[in-house]
Design a protein around this ligand. Structure first.
Ligand SMILES: NC(=O)c1ccc[n+]([C@@H]2O[C@H](COP(=O)([O-])OP(=O)(O)OC[C@H]3O[C@@H](n4cnc5c(N)ncnc54)[C@H](O)[C@@H]3O)[C@@H](O)[C@H]2O)c1
Length: 359
Protein backbone atom coordinates (compact mmCIF):
# COMPACT_ATOMS: atom_id res chain seq x y z
CA UNK A 1 0.00 0.00 0.00
CA UNK A 2 1.36 3.40 -0.94
CA UNK A 3 0.22 6.36 1.21
CA UNK A 4 0.56 9.71 -0.52
CA UNK A 5 0.27 13.03 1.30
CA UNK A 6 -2.70 14.88 -0.24
CA UNK A 7 -4.63 18.07 0.53
CA UNK A 8 -5.98 16.99 3.92
CA UNK A 9 -7.33 13.56 2.98
CA UNK A 10 -6.01 10.00 2.59
CA UNK A 11 -4.75 9.12 -0.88
CA UNK A 12 -3.87 5.45 -0.98
CA UNK A 13 -2.73 3.30 -3.91
CA UNK A 14 -3.02 -0.48 -3.64
CA UNK A 15 -5.60 -3.11 -2.79
CA UNK A 16 -8.73 -1.56 -1.32
CA UNK A 17 -8.83 -4.51 1.08
CA UNK A 18 -5.53 -3.40 2.64
CA UNK A 19 -6.42 0.28 2.68
CA UNK A 20 -7.91 2.44 5.43
CA UNK A 21 -11.29 2.51 3.63
CA UNK A 22 -13.05 0.09 6.01
CA UNK A 23 -11.59 1.90 9.00
CA UNK A 24 -12.71 5.28 7.71
CA UNK A 25 -16.28 4.00 7.28
CA UNK A 26 -16.22 2.56 10.78
CA UNK A 27 -14.56 5.53 12.51
CA UNK A 28 -16.37 8.38 10.84
CA UNK A 29 -19.55 7.05 9.30
CA UNK A 30 -20.75 4.21 11.55
CA UNK A 31 -24.05 6.03 12.13
CA UNK A 32 -24.27 7.60 8.69
CA UNK A 33 -26.12 6.59 5.57
CA UNK A 34 -23.83 5.47 2.77
CA UNK A 35 -24.80 6.27 -0.78
CA UNK A 36 -22.87 4.71 -3.65
CA UNK A 37 -22.98 6.41 -7.05
CA UNK A 38 -22.15 4.14 -10.02
CA UNK A 39 -22.82 4.03 -13.74
CA UNK A 40 -24.13 0.92 -15.44
CA UNK A 41 -20.64 -0.47 -16.10
CA UNK A 42 -19.24 0.09 -12.65
CA UNK A 43 -22.51 -1.30 -11.29
CA UNK A 44 -21.80 -4.45 -13.26
CA UNK A 45 -18.04 -4.76 -12.71
CA UNK A 46 -17.12 -3.01 -9.48
CA UNK A 47 -20.07 -2.77 -7.10
CA UNK A 48 -20.31 -6.41 -6.10
CA UNK A 49 -16.69 -6.45 -4.90
CA UNK A 50 -17.41 -3.51 -2.60
CA UNK A 51 -20.64 -4.78 -1.15
CA UNK A 52 -19.24 -8.29 -0.68
CA UNK A 53 -16.08 -7.12 1.07
CA UNK A 54 -17.17 -4.21 3.22
CA UNK A 55 -19.87 -4.95 5.82
CA UNK A 56 -20.50 -1.25 6.29
CA UNK A 57 -21.80 -1.12 2.71
CA UNK A 58 -24.27 -3.99 2.99
CA UNK A 59 -27.16 -1.58 3.39
CA UNK A 60 -25.84 1.24 1.25
CA UNK A 61 -28.23 2.92 -1.16
CA UNK A 62 -27.03 2.61 -4.74
CA UNK A 63 -27.72 5.35 -7.28
CA UNK A 64 -27.01 4.37 -10.86
CA UNK A 65 -26.58 6.94 -13.63
CA UNK A 66 -26.00 6.29 -17.34
CA UNK A 67 -22.39 5.69 -18.40
CA UNK A 68 -20.73 8.45 -20.39
CA UNK A 69 -20.14 12.17 -20.63
CA UNK A 70 -23.85 12.95 -21.06
CA UNK A 71 -24.33 12.26 -17.36
CA UNK A 72 -22.37 15.43 -16.53
CA UNK A 73 -25.42 17.65 -16.78
CA UNK A 74 -27.25 19.76 -14.26
CA UNK A 75 -30.53 17.97 -15.09
CA UNK A 76 -28.95 14.66 -14.08
CA UNK A 77 -27.55 16.24 -10.93
CA UNK A 78 -31.05 17.45 -10.05
CA UNK A 79 -32.39 13.91 -10.41
CA UNK A 80 -29.71 12.61 -8.06
CA UNK A 81 -30.32 15.42 -5.53
CA UNK A 82 -34.01 14.48 -5.56
CA UNK A 83 -33.10 10.83 -4.94
CA UNK A 84 -30.84 11.86 -2.03
CA UNK A 85 -33.66 13.88 -0.62
CA UNK A 86 -36.06 10.92 -1.00
CA UNK A 87 -33.56 8.75 0.90
CA UNK A 88 -33.48 11.47 3.59
CA UNK A 89 -29.74 11.84 3.24
CA UNK A 90 -28.33 14.49 5.58
CA UNK A 91 -25.09 16.47 5.36
CA UNK A 92 -23.57 14.06 7.91
CA UNK A 93 -23.94 11.12 5.55
CA UNK A 94 -21.39 10.06 2.96
CA UNK A 95 -21.44 9.58 -0.80
CA UNK A 96 -19.07 7.06 -2.36
CA UNK A 97 -18.25 7.64 -6.03
CA UNK A 98 -17.33 4.42 -7.81
CA UNK A 99 -16.42 4.92 -11.43
CA UNK A 100 -14.42 6.80 -14.00
CA UNK A 101 -13.85 10.53 -14.24
CA UNK A 102 -17.47 11.17 -15.15
CA UNK A 103 -18.59 9.67 -11.85
CA UNK A 104 -15.90 11.34 -9.73
CA UNK A 105 -16.53 14.76 -11.37
CA UNK A 106 -20.30 14.38 -11.23
CA UNK A 107 -20.58 12.65 -7.84
CA UNK A 108 -18.15 15.12 -6.26
CA UNK A 109 -20.22 18.01 -7.57
CA UNK A 110 -23.50 16.47 -6.43
CA UNK A 111 -22.09 15.83 -2.94
CA UNK A 112 -20.47 19.26 -2.65
CA UNK A 113 -23.69 21.15 -3.41
CA UNK A 114 -26.13 18.91 -1.56
CA UNK A 115 -27.16 20.62 1.69
CA UNK A 116 -24.15 22.93 1.24
CA UNK A 117 -21.73 20.04 1.21
CA UNK A 118 -21.79 16.41 2.15
CA UNK A 119 -18.65 14.25 2.52
CA UNK A 120 -17.64 12.08 -0.38
CA UNK A 121 -15.11 9.34 -1.04
CA UNK A 122 -13.63 8.63 -4.48
CA UNK A 123 -12.95 5.11 -5.68
CA UNK A 124 -11.79 5.64 -9.26
CA UNK A 125 -12.14 2.62 -11.51
CA UNK A 126 -10.87 3.87 -14.89
CA UNK A 127 -7.21 4.56 -15.63
CA UNK A 128 -7.97 8.19 -16.45
CA UNK A 129 -9.75 8.73 -13.15
CA UNK A 130 -6.94 6.99 -11.23
CA UNK A 131 -4.13 9.14 -12.65
CA UNK A 132 -6.02 12.38 -13.05
CA UNK A 133 -9.74 13.07 -12.61
CA UNK A 134 -10.19 11.80 -9.06
CA UNK A 135 -7.23 13.83 -7.76
CA UNK A 136 -7.24 17.54 -7.03
CA UNK A 137 -10.78 18.49 -6.11
CA UNK A 138 -12.17 19.71 -9.43
CA UNK A 139 -15.78 18.63 -9.64
CA UNK A 140 -18.46 19.71 -12.06
CA UNK A 141 -20.83 19.26 -14.97
CA UNK A 142 -21.00 20.55 -18.55
CA UNK A 143 -23.20 23.30 -19.95
CA UNK A 144 -24.29 23.18 -23.57
CA UNK A 145 -21.31 22.10 -25.69
CA UNK A 146 -18.86 23.50 -23.13
CA UNK A 147 -17.09 21.25 -20.69
CA UNK A 148 -17.08 21.69 -16.91
CA UNK A 149 -18.75 25.10 -16.93
CA UNK A 150 -20.50 24.53 -13.60
CA UNK A 151 -18.51 23.23 -10.70
CA UNK A 152 -16.69 23.69 -7.44
CA UNK A 153 -13.31 22.84 -5.99
CA UNK A 154 -13.98 20.26 -3.33
CA UNK A 155 -11.81 17.43 -2.03
CA UNK A 156 -12.97 13.97 -1.03
CA UNK A 157 -12.44 12.71 2.51
CA UNK A 158 -10.66 9.70 1.05
CA UNK A 159 -9.27 8.64 -2.32
CA UNK A 160 -8.58 4.96 -2.80
CA UNK A 161 -6.87 3.88 -6.01
CA UNK A 162 -6.98 0.13 -6.50
CA UNK A 163 -5.40 -0.91 -9.83
CA UNK A 164 -7.31 -4.23 -9.69
CA UNK A 165 -10.34 -2.40 -11.05
CA UNK A 166 -8.48 -1.94 -14.34
CA UNK A 167 -8.93 -5.65 -15.07
CA UNK A 168 -12.37 -5.08 -16.58
CA UNK A 169 -11.67 -1.73 -18.24
CA UNK A 170 -12.11 -1.84 -22.06
CA UNK A 171 -8.94 -1.30 -24.16
CA UNK A 172 -10.26 1.97 -25.59
CA UNK A 173 -10.59 3.37 -22.06
CA UNK A 174 -7.04 2.29 -21.19
CA UNK A 175 -5.85 4.21 -24.26
CA UNK A 176 -7.79 7.20 -22.99
CA UNK A 177 -6.04 7.05 -19.61
CA UNK A 178 -2.68 6.85 -21.37
CA UNK A 179 -3.46 10.26 -22.91
CA UNK A 180 -3.39 11.96 -19.50
CA UNK A 181 -0.37 9.88 -18.43
CA UNK A 182 1.52 11.18 -21.47
CA UNK A 183 0.49 14.68 -20.43
CA UNK A 184 1.92 14.29 -16.94
CA UNK A 185 5.24 13.32 -18.51
CA UNK A 186 5.18 16.03 -21.17
CA UNK A 187 4.53 18.83 -18.67
CA UNK A 188 6.62 17.68 -15.73
CA UNK A 189 8.94 14.71 -16.20
CA UNK A 190 10.71 13.72 -19.42
CA UNK A 191 11.72 10.31 -18.12
CA UNK A 192 8.12 9.55 -17.16
CA UNK A 193 7.03 10.58 -20.67
CA UNK A 194 9.46 8.12 -22.24
CA UNK A 195 8.45 5.35 -19.81
CA UNK A 196 4.75 5.89 -20.60
CA UNK A 197 5.50 5.79 -24.35
CA UNK A 198 7.44 2.53 -23.87
CA UNK A 199 4.59 1.06 -21.82
CA UNK A 200 2.03 2.01 -24.45
CA UNK A 201 4.14 0.47 -27.22
CA UNK A 202 4.77 -2.72 -25.26
CA UNK A 203 1.11 -3.45 -24.53
CA UNK A 204 2.19 -4.84 -21.15
CA UNK A 205 0.02 -4.42 -18.04
CA UNK A 206 0.45 -1.10 -16.24
CA UNK A 207 2.92 -1.44 -13.40
CA UNK A 208 2.12 0.19 -10.09
CA UNK A 209 5.38 2.15 -10.27
CA UNK A 210 4.45 4.16 -13.36
CA UNK A 211 0.90 4.61 -12.09
CA UNK A 212 2.19 6.06 -8.82
CA UNK A 213 4.63 8.38 -10.61
CA UNK A 214 1.72 9.81 -12.64
CA UNK A 215 -0.43 10.20 -9.53
CA UNK A 216 2.45 11.97 -7.81
CA UNK A 217 2.88 14.46 -10.66
CA UNK A 218 -0.79 15.44 -10.48
CA UNK A 219 -0.93 15.43 -6.69
CA UNK A 220 2.20 17.58 -6.31
CA UNK A 221 0.86 20.24 -8.69
CA UNK A 222 -2.61 20.45 -7.12
CA UNK A 223 -1.17 20.57 -3.61
CA UNK A 224 0.94 23.55 -4.56
CA UNK A 225 -1.90 25.36 -6.30
CA UNK A 226 -5.26 23.87 -5.28
CA UNK A 227 -7.43 26.61 -6.80
CA UNK A 228 -5.60 27.06 -10.11
CA UNK A 229 -4.22 30.52 -9.49
CA UNK A 230 -1.01 29.74 -11.38
CA UNK A 231 1.04 26.54 -11.59
CA UNK A 232 -1.98 24.22 -11.82
CA UNK A 233 -2.74 25.68 -15.22
CA UNK A 234 0.03 23.53 -16.68
CA UNK A 235 -2.35 20.58 -16.33
CA UNK A 236 -4.37 22.24 -19.09
CA UNK A 237 -1.73 21.48 -21.72
CA UNK A 238 -3.62 19.99 -24.68
CA UNK A 239 -6.97 20.98 -23.22
CA UNK A 240 -7.78 24.20 -25.11
CA UNK A 241 -7.86 22.32 -28.42
CA UNK A 242 -8.61 18.94 -26.82
CA UNK A 243 -11.83 20.17 -25.20
CA UNK A 244 -12.87 21.78 -28.50
CA UNK A 245 -12.34 18.46 -30.31
CA UNK A 246 -14.10 16.49 -27.56
CA UNK A 247 -17.07 18.89 -27.45
CA UNK A 248 -17.41 19.18 -31.22
CA UNK A 249 -17.49 15.44 -31.93
CA UNK A 250 -19.52 14.53 -28.83
CA UNK A 251 -22.74 13.85 -30.74
CA UNK A 252 -21.39 12.63 -34.09
CA UNK A 253 -18.31 10.47 -33.48
CA UNK A 254 -17.47 10.73 -29.77
CA UNK A 255 -13.84 10.45 -28.74
CA UNK A 256 -12.81 9.46 -25.24
CA UNK A 257 -11.51 12.34 -23.12
CA UNK A 258 -7.91 11.11 -23.14
CA UNK A 259 -7.97 10.53 -26.90
CA UNK A 260 -9.19 14.10 -27.50
CA UNK A 261 -6.53 15.43 -25.12
CA UNK A 262 -3.80 13.43 -26.90
CA UNK A 263 -4.82 15.09 -30.19
CA UNK A 264 -5.02 18.44 -28.40
CA UNK A 265 -1.48 17.90 -27.08
CA UNK A 266 0.09 17.20 -30.44
CA UNK A 267 -1.65 20.27 -31.87
CA UNK A 268 -0.62 22.43 -28.91
CA UNK A 269 2.94 21.06 -29.24
CA UNK A 270 2.79 22.52 -32.77
CA UNK A 271 1.74 25.85 -31.21
CA UNK A 272 4.59 25.44 -28.70
CA UNK A 273 7.08 25.44 -31.59
CA UNK A 274 5.53 28.64 -32.95
CA UNK A 275 5.29 30.64 -29.73
CA UNK A 276 7.06 28.87 -26.87
CA UNK A 277 10.44 27.79 -28.22
CA UNK A 278 9.83 24.02 -28.43
CA UNK A 279 12.55 22.55 -30.67
CA UNK A 280 11.25 21.18 -33.97
CA UNK A 281 12.98 17.84 -33.32
CA UNK A 282 11.11 17.39 -30.01
CA UNK A 283 7.87 18.33 -31.70
CA UNK A 284 8.43 15.75 -34.44
CA UNK A 285 9.12 13.09 -31.83
CA UNK A 286 5.82 13.85 -30.04
CA UNK A 287 3.94 14.01 -33.33
CA UNK A 288 5.32 10.68 -34.54
CA UNK A 289 4.36 8.92 -31.33
CA UNK A 290 0.89 10.37 -30.84
CA UNK A 291 -0.15 10.06 -34.48
CA UNK A 292 1.03 6.49 -34.58
CA UNK A 293 -1.05 5.61 -31.51
CA UNK A 294 -4.22 7.72 -31.79
CA UNK A 295 -6.45 8.28 -34.82
CA UNK A 296 -7.53 11.73 -35.95
CA UNK A 297 -11.09 12.42 -37.09
CA UNK A 298 -11.26 13.97 -40.57
CA UNK A 299 -11.58 17.73 -40.17
CA UNK A 300 -13.92 19.43 -42.68
CA UNK A 301 -13.85 23.24 -43.06
CA UNK A 302 -17.15 23.36 -41.10
CA UNK A 303 -15.65 21.25 -38.31
CA UNK A 304 -12.70 23.63 -38.11
CA UNK A 305 -14.92 26.71 -37.92
CA UNK A 306 -17.01 25.13 -35.14
CA UNK A 307 -13.91 24.11 -33.17
CA UNK A 308 -12.36 27.57 -33.55
CA UNK A 309 -15.50 28.99 -31.98
CA UNK A 310 -15.19 26.57 -29.06
CA UNK A 311 -11.53 27.58 -28.63
CA UNK A 312 -12.52 31.23 -28.58
CA UNK A 313 -15.00 30.57 -25.78
CA UNK A 314 -12.69 28.42 -23.69
CA UNK A 315 -13.18 29.16 -19.99
CA UNK A 316 -9.45 29.74 -19.45
CA UNK A 317 -9.50 32.83 -21.71
CA UNK A 318 -9.17 36.31 -20.24
CA UNK A 319 -9.98 39.75 -21.66
CA UNK A 320 -10.79 38.28 -25.07
CA UNK A 321 -7.39 36.53 -25.29
CA UNK A 322 -7.03 32.79 -25.77
CA UNK A 323 -4.49 31.73 -23.16
CA UNK A 324 -2.75 28.37 -23.46
CA UNK A 325 -0.41 26.21 -21.44
CA UNK A 326 2.44 25.21 -23.76
CA UNK A 327 5.66 23.22 -23.49
CA UNK A 328 9.07 24.82 -24.18
CA UNK A 329 10.57 21.31 -23.96
CA UNK A 330 9.49 17.79 -23.03
CA UNK A 331 9.07 17.71 -19.24
CA UNK A 332 8.34 21.41 -18.71
CA UNK A 333 5.28 23.61 -19.25
CA UNK A 334 4.48 27.31 -18.97
CA UNK A 335 1.05 28.90 -18.80
CA UNK A 336 -1.05 31.96 -19.73
CA UNK A 337 0.53 32.23 -23.15
CA UNK A 338 -1.64 34.24 -25.54
CA UNK A 339 -2.19 32.55 -28.89
CA UNK A 340 -3.65 34.43 -31.86
CA UNK A 341 -6.73 33.06 -33.59
CA UNK A 342 -4.84 32.85 -36.94
CA UNK A 343 -2.41 30.42 -35.35
CA UNK A 344 -5.26 28.15 -34.25
CA UNK A 345 -6.57 28.22 -37.82
CA UNK A 346 -3.06 27.36 -39.04
CA UNK A 347 -2.74 24.36 -36.72
CA UNK A 348 -6.19 23.00 -37.64
CA UNK A 349 -5.38 23.36 -41.36
CA UNK A 350 -1.97 21.73 -40.84
CA UNK A 351 -3.60 18.64 -39.34
CA UNK A 352 -6.38 18.65 -41.90
CA UNK A 353 -3.86 18.67 -44.72
CA UNK A 354 -1.52 16.17 -43.20
CA UNK A 355 -4.16 13.45 -43.49
CA UNK A 356 -2.09 11.23 -41.22
CA UNK A 357 -3.70 8.16 -39.69
CA UNK A 358 -7.15 9.26 -40.77
CA UNK A 359 -10.13 7.04 -40.08
N1 LIG B 1 -11.63 16.66 -12.35
C1 LIG B 1 -10.53 16.61 -13.06
O1 LIG B 1 -9.48 17.12 -12.66
C2 LIG B 1 -10.54 15.88 -14.37
C3 LIG B 1 -9.33 15.60 -15.03
C4 LIG B 1 -9.37 14.87 -16.21
C5 LIG B 1 -10.58 14.45 -16.73
N2 LIG B 1 -11.74 14.75 -16.07
C6 LIG B 1 -13.04 14.31 -16.59
O2 LIG B 1 -13.08 12.89 -16.54
C7 LIG B 1 -14.03 12.43 -17.50
C8 LIG B 1 -13.45 11.27 -18.25
O3 LIG B 1 -13.19 10.22 -17.35
P1 LIG B 1 -13.13 8.70 -17.86
O4 LIG B 1 -12.29 8.62 -19.06
O5 LIG B 1 -12.81 7.86 -16.70
O6 LIG B 1 -14.62 8.48 -18.38
P2 LIG B 1 -15.86 7.63 -17.81
O7 LIG B 1 -16.11 7.93 -16.42
O8 LIG B 1 -16.94 7.84 -18.80
O9 LIG B 1 -15.33 6.14 -17.89
C9 LIG B 1 -15.04 5.59 -19.14
C10 LIG B 1 -15.86 4.31 -19.39
O10 LIG B 1 -15.28 3.25 -18.65
C11 LIG B 1 -16.30 2.60 -17.87
N3 LIG B 1 -15.62 2.05 -16.71
C12 LIG B 1 -15.05 2.74 -15.69
N4 LIG B 1 -14.44 1.89 -14.86
C13 LIG B 1 -14.62 0.65 -15.35
C14 LIG B 1 -14.19 -0.63 -14.95
N5 LIG B 1 -13.39 -0.82 -13.88
N6 LIG B 1 -14.57 -1.70 -15.69
C15 LIG B 1 -15.32 -1.53 -16.82
N7 LIG B 1 -15.75 -0.35 -17.25
C16 LIG B 1 -15.39 0.74 -16.53
C17 LIG B 1 -17.32 3.66 -17.62
O11 LIG B 1 -18.57 3.09 -17.32
C18 LIG B 1 -17.32 4.41 -18.95
O12 LIG B 1 -18.12 3.71 -19.88
C19 LIG B 1 -14.34 13.62 -18.40
O13 LIG B 1 -15.62 14.10 -18.10
C20 LIG B 1 -13.29 14.64 -18.03
O14 LIG B 1 -13.74 15.95 -18.22
C21 LIG B 1 -11.73 15.45 -14.91
Amino acid sequence: MRYIEANGYSLEVGSLLDSSFAQLLEDKYAESKKIIIVDENTHEYCLEFLVANFDALSEAEVIQVPAGEDTKQISMATQVWEALSDYEVSRYDVIINVGGGVITDFGGFVASCYKRGCDFINIPTSLLAMVDASIGGKTGVNLGGYKNQLGVFSNPVGLYIDPEFLETLPAKELESGFGEMLKHGLIADEELYRDVCALMKSGEPIGEDVLIRCIEVKNKIVREDPNEKGLRKILNFGHTIGHAIEGHYLNSQPLTHGHAIALGMVMEAYLSVKVNGLAQAMYLEIEAFILDYYRFPKFSDEDIQAMLLLVQNDKKNRAGKVLCSLIPEIGRCTYDIPVRQELFLEVFLHFKNQQLNLN
